[in-house]
Write a protein that binds this ligand. Sequence first.
Ligand code: TXA
Ligand code: MG
Length: 337
Amino acid sequence: METQVIPANEGLHLAAQFIRDGQLVAFPTETVYGLGANAEDAEACRRIYVAKGRPQDNPLIVHIVHRDVLSDLMRGTMNVQAERLLQEFWPGPLTVVVPSGGHISSVALGGLDTVAVRCPSHPVAQELLRLSGCPIAAPSANRSGRPSPTTAEDVYEDMKGRIPLILDGGPASVGVESTVVDLSREIPVLLRPGAVTLEQLEHFLGPVMLADDLTPVRSPGMKYRHYAPRSPVQWWDTDDVDQALARWHKLRMSGLGYGLLASERIGRALRPALFYNLGDNDGAAAQNLFTGLRKLDRDRPAAIIVVWKQGTPLGRAIANRLAKAAAPNSVGDANDQ
Ligand code: TXA
Ligand code: MG
């Protein structure tokens, strides 16, 4: 299959036609690029799992054009707190898990009785939803287990020959996937940290539990290793130049080539042959994280060293992705997301 990459403003009508015809389209959102299909079309949703190599039990996020559409997809109603949360953060990088009650294909739901719904703010995603006239199921547009794509080029790297169309809308502004909060139980649970922070959720919802503290695993995607480039990743949780320099020197004694993903300040001190600038604040780090991992990985270093210190509320999302990228691959590639 030939994969076309078209600037978003030229390709939107074709993309909507593809979605209506049950084909896949990769498109930009404010978080990362999504791999979209008509969420009401089982065959189209099945194609997503095939193109990504994603396990069938891992459900997809359903994207909607406006907050009002949510009530058509869910059983029951939202409480006042949740309504206010959505008023504040939709459209935007927030996904809510609610009891499912609409026409969404069970293929997209991965066999669960809940549905994850998001209203994206990116103008291209908005326009695609409007022109298609249906909810769009869209996981991140990477091959399973790879870092999420934040540019059309990243999508092409993973999906070339597997999907017919990529809409190029430039780099994603947030850079990490949406916050996922489960509202289907008595106490809300943060399943995946993102740009909408735990503190912001709690401001509207009251106490929110962390999925990390729960067993068994609540979000199917959580049990798989994610975000991993081919080279192993090591995360050094520090912003101290001397400390990083000491560890770097020790590492260099092996004679192997390493890639460094860190702030310019750290980069200048360590002077690696292979470097990508993570930026000097957490907004920039979120934006650059996946792109940096992908870019460094292309040179196949012995390992990618990430030097970044967790501190701000947004840092929780970055730390979560880093910990997963750095985790030893105990599950195996076939089961990755
Ligand atoms: O920012 C994003 O959310 C991007 C863009 C494209 O919107 N999408 C995305 O989708 O990251 P994906 O499929 O890569 O991640 C969705 C996560 C998975 O971990 C999945 O297991 C979880 O959401 N999920 C989906 N439906 C769920 C449900 N009903 N209950 C619990 N977790 C669910
Ligand atoms: Mg994903």
